[in-house]
Ligand binder design. Structure first.
Ligand SMILES: [Mn+2]
Length: 202
């Protein structure tokens, strides 16, 4: 039987005509990150994702920002998702499920995750402004779609209420960070088993 607590780290490099992305993750980290995507607001959000998931992340993206931020955000999400999936391996011993209501000032956002191997995003978040500074709010959904698809997780995100668009976006990243932390943690009672009656989450 594989050791459940063997190193859960991975590195992914992905290059297209639009972006070059390099991502390293350590699932069992301390929330330390080094992030440079060229998009300031996105860096701030990814910093939250690492800090509150306790997944260490090194992320470097060189994207076609002269077009807009879309490819940079989506492709960074793809690479982070791929790195998390690779680091989780056969998902042996994980807690698998988590959900959380996360408050930030006037905003409340709920996230629920099943680290299932089955990619799915349910997105129930409405922004009231198309922009946060220069950042397109519609890209927040694009990021989580790419993350869920490539990490192989079922992810539900619902903004319950809120007024400030920066807070709405930030609570999405923080709540997802917290549920990812819990759901990917090793549950000692699983005793190294894959938490599925099918016997596989791959
Ligand atoms: Mn902030």
């Amino acid at each position: 039987m594989a050791e459940a607590t063997s190193s859960r780290t991975a590195q992914v490099s992905r290059k297209t005509n639009e972006t070059a992305v390099s991502v390293s993750v350590n699932i069992d980290g301390t929330g330390t990150s080094k992030i440079a995507t060229g998009v300031g607001f996105f860096d701030h959000m990814l910093d939250q994702l690492s800090r509150h998931s306790l997944i260490d992340m090194e992320i470097k993206t060189d994207g076609d920002l002269h077009v807009d931020d879309h490819h940079t955000v989506e492709d960074t999400g793809i690479a982070i998702g791929q790195a998390i999936a690779k680091a989780l391996g056969d998902r042996r011993g994980i807690t698998r499920y988590a959900s959380l209501d996360l408050a930030m000032d006037e905003t409340m956002t709920r996230a629920a995750v099943d680290v299932s191997g089955r990619p799915f995003l349910v997105w129930n978040v409405a922004f009231t402004s198309p922009k946060i500074g220069t950042f397109d709010t519609e890209l927040v959904r694009e990021f989580f779609q790419a993350l869920a698809q490539n990490a192989g997780i079922t992810l539900h995100i619902q903004n319950i209420y809120g007024a400030n668009n920066h807070h709405i976006a930030e609570t999405c990243f923080k709540s997802v960070a917290r549920v990812l932390r819990t759901a990917t943690e090793i549950d000692p009672r699983q005793a190294g088993r894959v938490p599925s009656t099918k016997g596989t989450l791959a």
